[in-house]
Design a protein around this ligand. Structure first.
Ligand SMILES: [Zn+2]
Length: 371
């Protein structure tokens, strides 16, 4: 979609080459199966696999093999991977369920009805998935949502400092939490992806976390899942709900859903936390609906805020009826316009400055010029 992916897995390249070398050219008419093309075709002697970046127009040759080498690469690299896939019968619910024909008869993902608090579609739509981030971006600008979250376009421009800082801090914490608590951990000298000037604030935020790591003191028999993908399915809306908590761990029979945010300053006091971070009401509704499970009375959502010279942790009880009502209101307000949108019109505003889709957006550019 954007630039040539540099790290294409070798089995994938070997498979593409093998299919090109040995496959039969076919054509599919609308609603029909693939049928061999008329006319004789000569099997190739040489196969070239080319990666093409449709965003920047660059290309790179990924493989240039004769058919002997192609067969060898397939046997060695692609075949074992394909065999593993064919044999594997574990379920792995996620956004892949969107196009799965087996979803209706599948035991996963857990069914939740009416979680988004909006009526069903007036006319049938393709099955979709949605996350709290999708809803947040859509409410800011439907065009930006469509370009970045549905079409997955990237501008190639470096991301903003807060975004890169957040990612660098998250990556380090995730790596650390896979090994256990941060007690006694030493800070790295630098974090990848940040400039020299950006290092000290990011490292200071990590230092704040080390003072109060949520996994510190957690008994060893509790479960810890780092960035697990949680999926639920609303059959009435035909929508998959997707969430990726930073950290999910058990404590005395209940799950704790832990989100970490880095920020230069405290969020504006007058605004509810759940309004500022839609992941929180989304988490409340999922937990209230029994995802990821456990004892609902012991389930809790934690928001850890990391600043340069302080930190804070807010707790939200997903079992509290008032909290649930507030979460339902916030999510329904965001989900309503998303659910019925079919045009994804741009909504120009202050957010246009710094929007990575500006190059594709006439409305955004005129807005900035007029400003
Ligand atoms: Zn930690």
């Amino acid at each position: 979609m954007n630039t040539v992916k540099k790290d294409r897995p070798h089995p994938e390249i070997a498979e593409a080459a093998a299919v090109t070398a040995t496959g039969v050219p076919t054509q599919a008419a609308f609603g029909d199966i693939h049928r061999p093309l008329a006319g004789s075709t000569v099997p190739p002697r040489q196969v070239r696999v080319i990666g093409l970046g449709c965003g920047d127009g660059r290309h790179t040759v990924l493989a240039d093999w004769d058919t002997g080498r192609t067969a060898h690469e397939f046997t060695l690299h692609a075949k074992p991977v394909l065999a593993r896939v064919a044999e594997d019968d574990r379920l792995n619910p996620g956004s892949g369920c969107e196009r799965c024909e087996g979803l209706m008869g599948c035991e996963q993902p857990p069914r939740v009805n009416g979680l988004l608090g909006i009526p069903g579609p007036r006319r049938p739509r393709k099955r979709r998935s949605v996350s709290a981030t999708d809803l947040r971006v859509h409410s800011r600008c439907p065009a930006q949502f469509h370009l970045t979250r549905v079409l997955h376009l990237r501008s190639g421009e470096p991301e903003s400092e807060p975004v890169r800082r957040g990612r660098a801090v998250d990556d380090w914490l995730n790596e650390r939490h896979r090994q256990g608590s941060c007690r006694g951990a030493t800070l790295p000298a630098t974090l990848p992806g940040l400039s020299e000037a950006e290092q000290p604030p990011a490292l200071a935020m990590l230092a704040q976390h080390l003072l109060d790591c949520p996994l510190d003191g957690l008994p060893p028999d509790e479960h810890v899942r780092v960035q697990p993908r949680l999926t639920a399915y609303d059959p009435e809306l035909d929508v998959l709900l997707i969430a990726d908590p930073d950290l999910l761990y058990t404590r005395s029979g209940g799950w704790i859903w832990h989100e970490t945010k880095t920020a230069a300053r405290r969020p504006w006091e007058g605004r509810e936390l759940m309004e500022t971070y839609p992941q929180l009401p989304f988490a409340v509704l999922l937990m209230a609906a029994g995802v990821p499970g456990g004892d609902p009375r012991r389930s809790l959502i934690e928001l850890e805020m990391l600043y340069e010279s302080s930190s804070g942790c807010e707790e939200i009880d997903p079992g509290e009826p008032e909290t649930q009502a507030e979460a339902r209101r916030i999510i329904a307000e965001l989900a309503g316009p998303w659910a019925v949108d079919e045009t994804y019109a741009p909504k120009p505003g202050g957010h246009c400055a710094g929007c990575e889709m500006l190059g594709h957006c006439v409305a955004g550019r005129s807005h900035l010029e007029a400003w």
